[in-house]
Structure formats: C-alpha cells, structure tokens
Write a protein that binds this ligand. Structure first.
Ligand SMILES: [Zn+2]
Length: 283
C-alpha cells in the first residue's frame, strides 16, 4: 500500500486522494496507469476507489497480485517491510542449509538506475524476477542468493546459527562467516573492509533539521545520520524517545571504517544510509 504513486498520464507523482478526485472529473482515465514513485522499485500500481470520492481510504496497491515493493523501496509500509524481511531471512537460511553462499548486496542506487533507465544492463542489475518469486516455493531451484537487508543479517547473526563460523557470505572480494561479518567494536576494530560494526551508542541531535550524532560508548566511532530518514521505518521510530537522553541503544552499522584524526568514520555501503543502520533496544 502506498499513498503516493507516479502517474503515467501526468508524468509526475501524485497522492491517491488527488488521483481519485481527478478520476471523478475525468482528468485521469486509467486506474492502472501508475507506478511506484521510488524509481528503484517502480512496480505497477493501481489506485483504489477509482471514480468514487466517497471512499474511506485512498491508496495504491500492486497491480499484479504477487508483485511486491522491493525491500529497499522508500514507499514500503512497515507491514510490507516486515513480511519481506521475514521472507528474506527464511530464504537466507535455506541457502545456507543447502551449503550455498549468500551474496550481500547494496540496494540499487537511485541515481544509477535513473541515469541508466534505457540501458538493459541496468534492468538486469535488479534481481526482481527471482526476488518476487521468493516465498512462493521453497523448491525454486533458481532462488536468488542476493540478500540486501541489514536487518536480515542481524536476524541471522542473533539467531546464533550453529554454523556462524562457516564462511558462507559473499561480500565484495571476500567470503566471510557471520562471526567475521559482525564486528563488536568494543572488542576490536577492522579498518577499510566491508563489515557490520556494532556496539552500544548514545544519540543526540546536532541541529534542528534532525541531524543525528550516533556516538559509540567506546568513544571512538561517531556516525551522523538524519532522524527523518531513520524513522521512515516504523520499527525504528522508538529511537526518537532516546535521542538526547542517557539511554543506550545497540547500533548496527554496515560499511567501511576508516580512521581520521583520532576518530573512526564509517563509509556507507548503500546509497541510502538509513538502510545501513539498524537500531535495537539492549536486552
Ligand atoms: Zn515501491
């Protein structure tokens, strides 16, 4: 379910209520002439309550029944995201069970896909066909081995799989185990390699636009992000009540640590930083 969509008739993004209004006036003709407005997702969408101003709720729903927003889509609802994460975690476990390797990839970059829209290669970058089949059948032999979501990796790590020391995750030029992929930055620091660094941190605002400083309590690593981006994901909204307090939060940060002056900085893995950060209340 999305509140906004890209209208193929208007060539712009419009919200569902407005689309219905325009359909009542005959200014828009086809309830199916919409796409997800996140250009890295772009699934076909249909506007509900078409031609019916009296409708209670207005939104866009996937045109094809088994079409899902991509896991990196900006317009995804929390329910849809949770479902996709569960499916991705299951798929990752199945792949590991079969002694295959899972491949950690960053979400496709918006700018790249926009600039290459007419290029077929760019379309192949999006593993949408295999991705969309996920969950339909556990026996699909060509199941995609690509795993995108940081939260999926956190799920695998926290479940303490018996084979967490087995090298079954392909990242860039390396194949690592879950134990190697996750680096507790209170124990040690790994520089310039793609890792998921984690530890306890405090959060505070740096300015009134929501710029957020995430300071790990080992006092070495500081990361900056924007609260407005992070809380797009409802399961991360809890951090709003933690910012500026003494409360600690577990932060998982995916990327490359580099050392600058006396501090470490994180170079992100994805184009969208909020997809490389995941927050949890410590147990
Ligand atoms: Zn989407």
């Amino acid at each position: 379910m999305a509140e906004q969509a890209y209208s193929l008739e208007l060539n712009k993004t419009i919200d569902a209520k407005k689309a219905v209004e325009m359909s009542c006036k005959g200014l828009l003709r086809d309830c199916r002439a919409f796409k997800c407005s996140d250009s890295c997702c772009s699934i076909d969408l249909t506007c509900t309550n078409w031609g019916n101003r009296e409708g209670k709720r207005f939104f866009f729903t996937p045109t094809k029944n088994n079409d899902l927003h991509k896991i990196w889509c900006n317009n995804i609802s929390q329910d849809e995201l949770s479902e996709l994460i569960i499916a991705e975690t299951r798929r990752a476990k199945r792949i590991i069970k079969k002694n295959s390797k899972i491949i950690m990839l960053a979400a496709p970059s918006k700018s790249k896909s926009e600039s290459n829209e007419t290029n077929n290669n760019s379309l192949q970058r999006k593993p949408s066909s295999s991705f969309n089949r996920q969950g339909n059948s556990g026996s699909d032999k060509r199941e995609s081995r690509h795993i995108y979501s940081l939260q999926t990796f956190v799920n695998l790590f926290k479940e303490k799989m018996t084979n967490s020391s087995e090298k079954n995750i392909s990242i860039e030029n390396e194949v690592v185990s879950l134990d190697e992929l996750f680096v507790n930055i209170d124990d040690h620091i790994i520089l310039s390699k793609l890792r998921i660094h984690y530890g306890l941190a405090k959060l505070k605002y740096i300015n009134s636009d929501g710029l957020l400083e995430i300071r790990f309590i080992n006092n070495k690593l500081k990361i900056y992000s924007n609260i407005n981006q992070i809380v797009r994901r409802k399961n991360q909204m809890f951090i709003e009540s933690i910012v500026g307090t003494d409360k600690l939060v577990v932060v998982y940060a995916r990327g490359y640590l580099i050392k600058k002056d006396n501090y470490y900085r994180l170079n992100r893995f994805s184009d969208k930083f909020y997809q490389d950060l995941y927050f949890e209340i410590p147990r």
